[in-house]
Structures are given as C-alpha cells and as structure tokens.
Design a protein around this ligand. Structure first.
Ligand code: GTQ
Ligand code: FE2
Length: 351
C-alpha cells in the first residue's frame, strides 16, 4: 500500500468507529450505480427492485377457498392474501401493497382504523355486502370502488349466503418506509351506522352514536357510473399509451382518490396496441374483463379476467388488447400522488 492508500485506510477506520461514512463509500453515487449517456455524461436513474409480475385468478381462487377452510375466522380480523413481488422483501411494488380478501357468509371484519390509506375494488359479491366507513354504509357491488382513507373507522360485512371477494390496495410499504404506522381497534365489533336504509336487505337500524365522523367525502364509486363515464370519454378518442382512461377523483376537490394513491378505470379498445412508456409511478392493474398483455423489455405478462399485475416504477412497457372484437377493462392504482406532492413525477413515451 502506498502512503495515500494507508492514510485513506486509517481515515476510514476512524470514520467507522465514529459512525461516519464518506459519500464515496455509500449511496447512489457509487461507481456501479452510475451510467453513461451516449454523449459520455454520467447519470443515475432509478433501478427498481420490484419485478413485473402477474397473479392468476384461478390460483388466487384456490388459495382464497383454502384460506376459508383453514382460517374459519381471521385472527387479524381480515382474511387477506397479499401479492408478494418476487423482487421485494414485502409489497407488490415498492410503495403499494395489493391482494385479495375473502369474507364468509355472516362474517364481520371488525372495526379498526390505521394511518395506512386503503381501498377495495369489489370482485365477487352478492347484494348485501358492505363496508362501513366512519358511520356510512357503502354497498359493495361487483367492480365498485370503496375508499377507506387513512384514520377512517371501517368494518366489512357479508350478509349473503356466499363468500365475498374483493381486491385490497394499500400504501403499507410507503407508510412503513416513513415509519408512520399507527393502528387501533374500536373495541366494539361494529361502529354505529347512519344510513342502513342504503342496503337492499334493510339491516338492523342502529342510531348514530358517539362515533366521530370526519368531513364527509365520497368513499364509494359505483361501477355503472364509471362504466358510463368510460363510454362517454371513449367517444373523444384513446390515449396512445393508456387507451381510454378515467381517474376516480374527489368530486368536491378534484383530488386523487387517496392522499398517496391514484385510481383509474381503463378501457383498451378492441385491437389496441399501445405505445411504449415508462413512468416514475409504480402501478397495480386488476383485470375486470378481457384478455391482453403487458410487454416489458425482458418479459411479457399475458393477462385474463381477474388477474392482478405489478408494473414497477421507471420500467418500459406497453399495453396490448389481445382481442380484435372485445374491449379489455382494467382497474389501475398508482402511487403518483406521492411523487406529485414533491415534484418528482416524470414520464417518457416512445412513439
Ligand atoms: O380490510 O381493513 O388487506 O386493515 C390489510 C389491512 C385489509 C382491511 C388488508 C387491512 C385491511
Ligand atoms: Fe383496515
């Protein structure tokens, strides 16, 4: 070792005992993370650990059925199964946690609240399945979107003879990353309800009690209205990457569905073959109906009805509808509001 190397070695030993690290020792600026543009300049951009991945509906169905047998009642109040991205320790993307939940006939997923923001997209339910959010009864019919914004009380009910299944999407990995996870049980199984008359079966009416009710906002978006909106927008043409897309927003403010998550309904017209694109936001897609594929540089996800898919951040891909006669419908959630909040959002499209 020459004198300079010895001096550096001694300095780094002192630094280690002092809990100090040099920028040359850690982080994005390490040489192996640097890349060079065609004109020779060094640059860094995100290299997502998450992988493109698809969870098949028939496999999920088997697991959901199995969970009903081995977990007659869920110990955590929720019989939910999470889509684990093969590239991550936990999570579906680095910020989003998605999966499926099943609730048996007569079961109640008891009331609780958490700082984690969550939503349900209904897959398979009868007429009398509902979630109560801060005292308001929200019916869950197929393909409805139900929001449980952070710190809202919520309990889920299935007053039908069949198991009910929905997609859960939460910002668990993000809230965990910033260590802001707060959770509490109500103590009662269910909260008091203000509008039981909203239910077709007319469940027992309980008076409004002391449950604190926050500023009312829209927490339910019915599929019929969403579908009609897509048809209207389709008349104005399709986006070359997304097809026909509408965002679920707060009708009072135009804000994204949740503080951290944006929700969209997408229709890929028959024969749609999208342009390549990459976005700073990561996404989870759920297939409402239709068949198609998402093409990445090194893999292709072939999707069919009720499959779930993860699209990592900053990863080139394009959407294709495999049918020339039928449209494909997707429900999509992204973490774009987190990026927009800090001016971080970017996207690139290839013609
Ligand atoms: O239904 O309230 O998948 O609190 C994870 C945490 C569902 C829920 C999940 C939850 C819920
Ligand atoms: Fe919850």
């Amino acid at each position: 070792m020459d004198e300079d190397a010895k001096a550096l070695d001694a300095l780094e030993k002192l630094m280690a005992t002092a809990h100090v690290r040099g920028q040359w020792q850690v982080g994005a600026n390490r040489p192996e993370n640097m890349r060079r543009s065609p004109d020779g300049r060094v640059f860094i951009d995100p290299a997502p650990q998450a992988k493109p991945y698809l969870w098949r509906w028939d496999v999920m169905r088997r697991i959901l059925d199995g969970a009903c047998v081995v977990l007659p009642e869920s110990e955590t109040a929720r019989r939910s199964l999470l889509y684990m991205n093969p590239g991550l320790q936990r999570g579906t993307t680095q910020t989003i946690w998605a999966g499926m939940q099943v609730i048996q006939p007569g079961e109640i997923a008891w009331a609780h609240r958490h700082t984690v923001n969550a939503l349900r997209f209904t897959i398979d339910t009868g007429d009398n399945v509902f979630t109560v959010v801060d005292g308001e009864v929200l019916p869950m019919r197929p393909y409805d979107l139900i929001l449980t914004p952070g710190w809202c009380w919520h309990d889920h009910h299935n007053d039908t003879p069949k198991p009910a299944i929905w997609l859960d999407v939460l910002d668990v990995p993000f809230i965990g990353m910033i260590n802001q996870n707060y959770y509490e049980e109500l103590g009662e199984t269910v909260q008091d309800r203000r509008n039981d008359t909203a239910l077709p079966g007319g469940a027992v009416l309980r008076p409004l009690g002391e449950t604190p009710v926050r500023a009312a906002r829209t927490c339910r978006y019915g599929w019929d209205e969403t579908r009609a909106r897509l048809d209207t927008v389709a008349g104005q043409g399709a986006d070359p990457c997304d097809g026909v897309a509408v965002e679920y927003v707060d009708p009072a403010t135009g804000a994204s569905a949740l503080a951290t998550l944006a929700c969209y309904a997408q229709m890929l017209p028959p024969g749609f073959s999208g342009h390549r694109r990459r976005r700073g936001a990561s996404a989870v897609h759920f297939v409402i109906s239709g068949e198609g594929k998402i093409e990445f540089d090194d893999t292709t996800l072939d999707f069919a009805r009720h499959d779930g898919m993860a699209v990592p951040n900053w990863t080139w891909h394009r959407l294709v509808n495999a049918s020339t006669t039928e449209p494909a419908f997707l429900f999509t959630v992204t973490d774009r509001p987190i990026l927009d909040a800090f001016g971080l959002y970017r996207e690139q499209t290839e013609p």
